[in-house]
Design a protein around this ligand. Sequence first.
Ligand code: 7RM
Length: 651
Amino acid sequence: MTTPNITSVLKETRVFPVPEAFAAAAHVTADEHRRLTEWADRDPDGFWGHHAESLHWFQKWDRVFDGSNPPFFKWFTGGTTNASYNCLDRHLNGPHKNKAAIIWEGEPGDTRTLTYQQLHHQVCKFANGLKQLGVGKGDRVTIYMPMTPEAAIAMLACARIGAVHSVVFGGFSAEAVADRNNDAKAKLIITADIGWRRGNAVHLKQNVDEALAKSPTVEKCVVFNRARNTSVHMKPGRDIWWHDLMSDVSADCPAEELDSEHPLFVLYTSGSTGKPKGVLHTTGGYLLGASLTHRWVFDLRDDDVYWCTADVGWVTGHSYIVYGPLANAATVVMYEGAPNHPKEDRFWGIIAKYGVTILYTAPTAIRAFIKWGDQHPNAHDLSSLRLLGSVGEPINPEAWMWYHDVIGKGRCPIVDTWWQTETGAILIAPLPGAIPTKPGSATKPLPGIAAAVVDKDGNDVPANSGGFLVVKRPWPSLMRTIYGDDERFKATYWSQYPQGYYFTADGARQDEDGFIWVMGRVDDVLNVSGHRLSTMEVESALVNHPKVAEAAVVGKPDEIKGEAICCFVTVKQGVTVSDSLKDELKKHVAKEIGALARPDEVRFTDSLPKTRSGKIMRRLLRDIAAGREGKQDTTTLEDFSVLAKLRGDEE
Ligand code: 7RM
C-alpha cells in the first residue's frame, strides 16, 4: 500500500448521553465496559473463555485459542457443541419453552408464530428429512428461500446434523445460484415455489431449475410450498415437496456433538473483482460472537420484541435474525417483503402491531423513509420502541438525527454497528448503557476487540487523522478462510500488515474521545488535488441539505486536480430539480466542509445503483461519470434499469 492517509473533513459535534433508564438497568454499564475492556486486553484467553461458558458445550474445550498457524486461528479447541442445540434445546427445559421464538408476517399479510418448542419440533423433523435424503456431516446445502420461518428452520436443521449451509439471497439470479452451488459443491438445495416482493411473485423454483441444469453436484431439491396454488415443475427423483418430506419423519433428532471448529456455514460475498468469496464460519467462536454481541449491543431483556429487517441471505440475517437472537432465547419478528407494500408505512404498522421494542435496520432504508415523508411513521404508535440499530453503511449524521427524532422520539439510543460478513459479529458499536452516542460514529470497539486506525505501515495515527481500520488481535467470530481458497484469504486480509493485523479495507478516523468514524471502503476514496477525501463525508454534507434524499459521490478523472468530484443526487418527494439547485448544492457542500470538497458536477437521478443489501455501488458510478464502458461485476446489483437510465442521461 502506497497511499497516504485520508483527510477527514466532516465535523460533527453533537453528543447524546446514555439515557438514565439505560444506565440504571443495562447489562453493561460504563464501569463494566471499562472493566471488561481492560480484562480482555490483559488476558484475552481468560476473557473469551469466561464468556464462552454462556454457551452449552457437550465437552468443554482444552484450549481457548490456538494461534500456532496464523492466520488460520482456532478457538475452543477440543470442545464440542452444536449451534442448533444452543438455539433450541437448551431453552426447552425452562420458562422459554412456550415463548415466541419467531413471529412472522408474510408480505400479503399472513402471519404465523412459532414458540421455541414448535421451532425445535420443526427443525428436528426437517433435520431427519435431510438425513433421509442423504445429507450428512460436512455436506454443503444451498438454501434459496423467501423470508419465511422455513428459511431459519432449514439453517438450524443443517446446523443440527453438521451440514454446512450456504444461504443465497432470494433476489439473486439462476446464474448466481449455480455459481455458488458449484463453488461449494452443494449436494442439496432447499427452495420454495415463490416468494413475495412488492406484490409480485418471485419465481424461486424456476430459477433453481435453471441453476440445477448447471450444478452437477446437486442431487436433490426440497421445495417449500409458499403460495399453495402455484404449479411448479417437480422433477421426479430429484425434487421433493417440503410437506411431503415432513409428513413421515420422526421428530426425534438429537443434535450432533460437533467440534468447535466444525464449519457452520459458507456465505458468499462479492469481491471487488470477479468471483464471489465464500466466507467460512465455524461453530463455537461464531456462535459466541453472535450471541454475546446480540445480548450486549441490544441490551437484550427477556420481554423484548426484537426486529431485524435484514434478509437471512445476508450475514446480518444469519447473526442477528437466526443465531444470535435464538441463542439468547429472544422473540424475533421476521417480515417477508418490501417496506413500501402495500404502502410506505408497512414497517411502522408492524412495529405497532407486535409491540416491537428493538428495531435494527440499514441507512439505505432510513434514507428511503425520510424521502417518503414523516406522515407514514407519524400515523402509527411507535411508543413500544426502546432501542434503534443501524448497520450496513456509514449512517449520515442527518439520517441519524431523523431516526433518533422521528422514529425514536428522542427517547431511544441508536446503536450504529460496524462489522462485516468476515467478522461474523459486531465489532464496533456503543453499548447503550455505557457509551454516549454521536451521530455518524459507531463509537468504540466492543470489549475484546482490538480495532485501531493505522497508517500504511501499521502505526496508530493521531486523533482525527484518517487512516485504515484494522483489528490487531484475532477474535472468536473471525472468518476462518475463503472456502476452498486459503491463499486468497491470506492475500485479501493478511498481506497488508506483516504485524498480523486483520485488514478491513475500510477507512476511518478516531476522534479525541477515541470514537471511531468509519469513512467507507478505501477503494471509494476520492483523490482531489492530492487530498484523499472520503466519498461518504461529501455525501453526508449533501444529505443534510433539506431538499436532498440521498447522494453518491465518486471521482472522475481530471487533468488538473487528479480527480473531480461528481455527485449523483436524488431529491425528496415533491422537490423539482433545476440548474439553480445544482449550484445551490455545490455551494452548500463548499460551505459545510470547505472549498476543497466543492463538487465539480451534480447530476440528479431517480435512484442510485445499490447492492441487494442496500449498499451504494460507487464503482459503477465511477465508470458512468468517466464515460467508460463498465467492466464491473454487476451480479449484486438490485435494479439493472438504474444503470441504463444513468447512462442515457449522458447522451
Ligand atoms: C454487516 C455488513 C461490510 C462493510 C464494511 C463497511 C460497511 C457496515 C457499517 C459500515 C460504516 C457501519 N456486512 N459497513 N456497517 N460502515 N458504519 N455501521 O454490512 O460484509 O455486507 O459489509 O459494510 O464498509 O466493511 S458486509
